[in-house]
Structures are given as C-alpha cells and as structure tokens.
Design a protein around this ligand. Structure first.
Ligand code: C2E
Ligand code: MG
Ligand code: MG
Length: 535
C-alpha cells in the first residue's frame, strides 16, 4: 500500500512540474493579462516541494487509509492542472495562428500575395518617421500596366488574373529584399524603396521596364504588356504618405499619356490631374446640359469616288479646358457608368441628323462607335431597334463600330447583341483592326460586314514595310471572306493612291476631311471644290 501511495504522490509532483512549461508559455503570450496564470505558476511551484515533503513523510511512518485517499486527490488534481495548462496553450496558440492569418489576409492581396494598400501605407508612415530623423530619402513608385484592360476584355478576367500573378514576382525580382512591392488594386502596383533618392528610383524603373519587355506566357498567349511608372521622393515631393502616393499617381499618369515609361513628379503636372478628377463629375453635367457635340467624318468609296458615309465622333467642348479628346473622356464615361447614356445620346442625335439629311435627299451610312459595355448590355439591341423603328429609320443606313477587343470578349451576351443588331439589318464593322489579338478566321464567325484597319498601320504604311504588309494581307484576307475594308487615318494622297492599288474599299482621314459639325459637313458636301461626289 505504501508503494502505491508513494507512486501516486510522486507522479502528482512530476505532473505538476510538467505543467510549469506550458504555464510559462501562456504567461509569455498573454503578457499583461496573464496574472491568473502567474498565480497558478506560483502555486504549482509551491505544491511541488510540498508533495515531495509529503512523499518523504510517507516513508518514515505507517501509511494509513486516509493517506491513500489524499494521494489520489493529489494525483487527480495534478492531472487536472496538467490538462488545463496544456489544452489552454493549444487553444491560445490556435487563436494566435488564426489572428496571424487574419492579419496577413487583411494586409496582403489575395491574388498575388503581395502587401496591399493598407500595409504599404503603414510602411510608408513608418519610413516617414525614421527617415525624417536620419535626414535621408526614400522613394515611392506607382505603376500601372498599359494594355491590361484590353487583355481583360479580350481574353477574359481569368487570363488577366494569371497575368497579374506573373507580373508580381517579376516586380519582386527586380527589387531588393528590403524594398516593398505592393498591389494597390486592379493592375496598379507600388514599390517602396527605403534609402533611395531620384537616381536610384530611375535605375530601378529602367530595370523594371527592361524586365517587362519580354512577353508573359499566359494560357498559351504571348502577352507583351507595357508599364508606366510615376516616381516621388521623400522629402522633396511630399512629407506624408497621402501626398507622396497621390503625386506618384500624377507622375504615372503623365508617363502613361506621354508613353514615357517612367516620369518623376513635377509640380506642373498637378493642373493636369486636377482636370482629370474634375472631369469625372463634369461629364455627367455636360451630358445633361447637352454640351456634347456630334461631329461627322466622311468615309469615301475609293473606287467610285463617292462619299459612302460618315463616322459619328463625339466632341466635348469644355468651357475652361477647351476641346477634350474622346480618348480622355470615353474611358471616364466607361468607368463611371455613363457610357450607355452617351451611346444613347449619340444614336438619338445621329437619328435626327439622318432625318434632316433625308429631307435634303442625302442618304449616307452613319457609323457609330459602341463601347464594350454597350454590347454586354442585354437590353441594348432591342432598345436600339425599337428606337430606330419609332423614328422610321432604315436600319441599313446604320453601321455600329465595335473594337476588335470588345468583339473578342468571350461573353455570350456580346455575341448575342451583335447577332441581334445584325439580324435587324444594321451593319457591323470591326474597328481598330490589328491592335488586338484576334485573327480574321475567328472574326469570320461573327456577322460583320466591314473591317476598319487601325490608323496606326495606315499612317505608317509608306515608311514601314511591315505595316504595308499587314495592310495588304488584311485587305486580301478580308476580301476572300467577303468583308469590305475601311482604312482610317488616311492623311496624305500617297496613302490613298496606294490603298487604291491594294483595292481597299473605303477611306477616312484628315487628307479627305477632318471630323466636322453637321452644318460644316453639309457645306463640305455642297462645296464644288470637294473632290468627292455627294452621296
Ligand atoms: P475611332 O473609332 O477609331 O475613330 C477614328 C479616330 O481617328 C477619330 O479620333 C478621328 O478623328 C481620328 N482620325 C481620323 N482620321 C485621322 C487622320 O488622318 N489622322 C489622325 N491622326 N487621326 C485621324 P477621335 O475622334 O479622337 O476618337 C478617338 C476614339 O474615341 C475613336 O476611335 C473611338 O474609339 C472613340 N470615340 C469617339 N467618339 C465616340 C463615341 O461617341 N462613343 C464611343 N464609344 N467611342 C467614341
Ligand atoms: Mg470608330
Ligand atoms: Mg478606329
């Protein structure tokens, strides 16, 4: 009996000793809140020698039945303490792990696993404090991919995501371990370079541009994406996180517009973005106040020397900023959800113009540009067809121009819209052909009548043999598939002559006539000096 009692008491002391380590770990994790565990720790420390003393006493006298009961209580208590400390440690560690994951999740981007905007802010704010103290510099780079929207629209979001997942490590490899590469959202990234001035930031920008020069292979597509980088340096360009990022964004916008690769912030740029920001709100007002104007640029039949039609192009004369180019406000309209109203306005205005021309016995094709958002709208086709019917407009007078990129959107909805429009008698033209990734054989499946070769190929075809080859083969292929070809950007007679030799059907460009408001176009059509016969 003595041995059992002794074994129980000694085991109880050992179990208590084994609960010291987990208790210490819990105290370390809980820091200030761990006072309860500290009391337990002291109690355990006190009880171990007490148990040992009791065990020694048992060896010096006869063991009674009460001793064995006490020994069982000691043993049970120690098992309980041991279990409580161990299980508590496991659950505290589990909670800690979840908290760490959540923090990582909150501060990192899911797609690329790069730090997100919040973590970048945190790190910039820390650097502002430490760099100010040491009177040194640091740089912030903001960058944006150049053709990302087209890739997303053309090849789908999944492909866009895969591309971003490849761009992220490419950027990471270009920088040092101590630098931060963050994803701000969409196709926008940022790099934070501690202890780096303007020259260092320029060197890195060049390195990134070089790294991005080789194409990324995504789902079998070789995608070449450009990148535009805006640079700000602390303290020259800003003393706080918000200013540094905002000005880097301004510089990035300047780099993008000027196709510069990278650009360092300059106070003169500010006016520029201020305009860009205010434009967002102004566009809606301008549409409501009927301040937009529709211009028409003639498209001529090269063989018959007749005016075949006009392309309707929206103009926004702004009270303070002068004429704002469509390349600046169309993307704004797309982003702000105003594009459907804009397209509706263009169509209504064009309908009124067609009616006016009809009264004067002028019958011309009117081409209208559609945005990818329009053709993805399920109601679009039926609404337009109803409007045309109501206005008693012959649908064969209308051509909708859809860019190559938006044609390729794999959404069934887009294809359905195109088909519905086509079935109602409206012609479809593929705009800016050659700038996307589509092939003519793919486009053959779509009901299109016209292919508009992008002006970048036409304008350079006299100097650049490659462009001339592209134009020539596009015309041949399109003809073989029964499509007519329109060349845009015809800005000199030599180009027109060459297009005639290549048997291109239609031409549009400043050499023939720039886009004009309706009354001026009427004058141009009636002018005996105009070489092109009126429709
Ligand atoms: P786009 O549809 O490819 O239109 C042709 C553009 O080329 C027009 O630019 C026209 O002014 C320009 N252009 C024509 N001939 C020449 C030339 O000989 N030389 C040069 N350098 N340019 C020439 P614009 O009016 O600035 O429009 C740019 C783009 O904005 C259009 O490209 C079109 O995609 C879009 N856009 C314009 N108006 C609308 C609209 O009402 N709705 C939509 N969704 N897009 C529009
Ligand atoms: Mg067009
Ligand atoms: Mg075009």
């Amino acid at each position: 009996m003595m041995w059992i009692t002794l074994w129980l008491v000694l085991s109880a002391a050992v179990l208590l000793a084994l609960s010291l380590l987990p208790t210490r770990k819990i105290i370390r994790v809980q820091e200030q809140q761990g006072w309860g565990w500290r009391i337990l720790y002291v109690l355990v420390l006190f009880f171990i020698p007490a148990y040992l003393l009791y065990a020694w006493l048992l060896t010096t006298r006869i063991v009674e039945s009460t001793d064995i009961i006490v020994a069982f209580i000691f043993f049970g208590g120690s098992v309980f303490v041991n279990l409580v400390t161990r299980l508590s440690l496991i659950s505290i560690q589990h909670i800690q792990h979840i908290a760490a994951l959540e923090r990582h999740h909150a501060l990192h981007d899911d797609l690329t696993n790069l730090p997100n905007r919040s973590l970048l802010y945190e790190r910039i704010e820390q650097l502002v404090v430490t760099t100010k103290r040491s009177e040194r510099e640091f740089s912030v780079l903001i960058m944006d991919l150049d053709q990302f929207k087209e890739i997303n629209d053309t090849l789908g979001h999944l492909c866009g995501d895969r591309l971003l997942q490849q761009v992220a490590p490419c950027l990471r490899q270009a920088v040092r371990e101590s630098d931060t590469v963050a994803r701000l959202g969409g196709d926008e990234f940022a790099v934070l370079l501690p202890d780096t001035g303007i020259q260092g930031a320029i060197n890195l920008s060049q390195k990134i541009l070089e790294a991005m020069d080789s194409p990324f292979v995504v789902e079998g597509h070789h995608l070449k994406v450009g990148i535009s980088i805006g640079i700000t340096v602390f303290p020259q360009h800003g003393l706080d996180c918000e200013t540094l990022l905002q000005r880097a964004d301004v510089a990035m916008y300047v780099a993008k517009r000027g196709n510069l690769g990278y650009s360092i912030y300059n106070a003169e740029h500010d006016q520029y973005t201020l305009n860009r920001l205010t434009l967002f709100g102004n566009l809606h007002q301008a549409m409501q106040a009927q301040q937009l104007e529709l211009y028409y640029q003639p498209i001529v039949d090269i063989q018959t020397q007749r005016v075949w039609g006009v392309e309707a192009l929206t103009r926004w004369p702004h009270a303070e900023l002068g004429f704002i180019a469509p390349v600046d406000f169309i993307p704004l309209a797309e982003q702000s959800g105003n594009i459907r109203y804009l397209t509706q306005w263009v169509i209504n205005t064009a309908i009124q113009q067609i009616q006016q021309w009809r009264q004067r016995n002028i019958s011309m094709q009117v081409s209208i540009n559609l945005s990818v958002k329009d053709i993805q709208d399920e109601q679009f086709a039926s609404q337009i067809i109803a409007t045309l019917r109501e206005a008693d407009i012959d649908t064969s007078l209308l051509t909708f121009e859809i860019t190559e990129g938006s044609m390729m959107t794999d959404s069934e909805r887009a294809h359905k819209t195109i088909k519905e429009l086509h079935d109602s008698g409206i012609s479809i033209a593929i705009d800016d052909f050659g700038t996307g990734f589509s092939s003519l054989s793919y486009l053959k499946q779509l009901p299109t009548q016209h292919i508009k070769i992008d002006k970048s190929f036409i304008m350079d075809m006299l100097e650049d043999d490659n462009d001339a080859i592209i134009v020539r083969s596009t015309i041949d292929l399109a003809h073989n598939m029964g499509r007519k070809v329109i060349a845009e950007g015809v800005n000199q007679q030599d180009i027109l002559d060459l297009l005639e030799i290549l048997r291109c059907n239609y031409a549009q460009g400043f050499h023939i006539c720039p886009p004009l408001p309706a009354h001026k176009l009427n004058d141009w059509l009636a002018d005996p000096k105009t070489l092109w016969k009126s429709a």
